[in-house]
Design a binder for this molecule. Sequence first.
Ligand code: PEP
Ligand code: MG
Length: 592
Amino acid sequence: MNEPGAPVVFKGFPAAEGIARGRVRTVDWHVPAVPRVAVPEGGRSRELERFRGALARARTELEGIKGETGSRLGPIEARIFDPQILMLDDPEVVLGTERYISDNRLTAARAFDWRMLELKDRWSRTSHPMVLDRLNDLEDLKVRVLRRLLDLPDPWEIGGDAEPGGIVAVAKDLTPSFVASLDASRVVGLATDEGTRTSHWAILARSLEIPAAAGLGDIAARAGDGQPIIVDGWSGRVVIEPDAREVDRFERRRATIRGWRRETPAIAREEAVTLDRKGVTLRANLDLPGEAARARALGARGVGLFRTEFLVVGRNTVPREEEQYLAYRSVAETFSSHPVLIRTFDLGGDKFPVFLRTPAEDNPFLGRRGVRVCPDEPELFLTQFRAMLRAAVHGDLRIMAPLVNTGAEIATVRELLGMAENQLRSEGVPFARAVEVGAMIETPAAALAAPGLAAHADFFSIGTNDLVQYTLAVDRTNTRLAHLYDPFHPAVLRQISMVARAGRAAGVEVSACGEMATRPLGVLLLLGLGVEVLSVAWRSLPGIKRIVRNCRLDEIRAAAEVSLEAPTGAEARRSFAASLRPTLNRVFPPGA
Ligand code: PEP
Ligand code: MG
């Protein structure tokens, strides 16, 4: 544990926007070694009964969490808990455990623990090693049931007195059921050793508006209950035992953010125009369909990235067309007069659904990822395209493919879309025709080949998260390399500028949807490099609009021109920030 009184800074990933200050409450998922107790000859039926009773209780609890999530976030969001509920009926789990109780006279706890260990081992080997959410679900269920069988208190129930200022839950990793069960009036922030922005629990935390930082390394081991802590869910920075300077900085930021919050309804109604009267289009990034209405209320003019992976990650069955259709339709209808750019399943890298049974790859981020999965899984994508084409009847829905490198990949998407159209037509099901198909520009290959790709794509969306990763060969999920992950690197800036020019020349809209568009300096730089359609994390919309309304596009362009010629990322950032100091001071008054 960390020495009391000495500030310790952790740097991880921003997992859910917002800032929080409170006291640490460590959350321990560890279940102590299950005692080895022999069951007497006649005790088997009692153990079987106890096991079934624990499963029934787990089901009641999970159904309760699902119901609660359904009313807080929506029915589609609530389905995140289905995999765990289904596991309670899975013969591999139930019959496997019962057999151990009957045949080997193990206690219910020991039999279940043993069975779960076997399944974990098998799933880790036979499916993709990055089926993290699925393993996370398994662990969550294991802890839930074992705690019942061993009469242990629940880690997900944060009891005790409320800390003044609120509780920050600190854990090795979290689960969706933990986050969904939190009392948001008491738990003000989350900080974890593991996980990324794409972890299921992080998606829920964003939707529930609980600030969170993930991938912090060893914070769980170093934090002690009751220690003061600050979590910055925008930058991924966490400070334990903050000193007076850190606290002061935090409180000033909090006051500024509160001031902005008061202005939010007014800002949401205002236009996103610069001081020299140039219009900028601000759209929202969504991870879950229920976020659409909130994004619209914050002033989004459409959706620039609707990630659809929530429908597949952690699931062991292919999502049905009807479920997808309803999810896509609800977003399309929420933004009936604005574009909704919906992304095809972006699988691979750090996210693969269990049902694909994908073999392990040595370099998953360079492997079967994004649009590359399409030709191998026509049924999965045909179902998705059918749902998208049907939903497109209800709004301006446009389809975009991730990790595109070539025109041939866009042609594959169009081919599958054509097949989906033919099917729907022959079935007499209504669908939209001539739906636009765009390419995400996420690799140097795509950026450098943008003029040629423009002949195949109806629009471009620059995914800066991946573009930076692939340009610099820096794994975006590796916190130890975070200092090398530089969106201001000249190679990145030049590619963004090239893509913007290629799009303009071909009359193809270019937007940007990576995290860069959510950072103040990144927003200005993208605008300066010629990208005037930005899609940002929905909660950041009012802040980004504030920046847009306080800058002059001609000044930003001139500053970006200079940065483009800078020899290093550090120099590009320094010169850009220096020449835009007056703008930055207008948005963030010194001392704010
Ligand atoms: C990106 O790569 O910038 C992007 C928006 O996609 P994701 O973060 O989902 O990979
Ligand atoms: Mg990407």
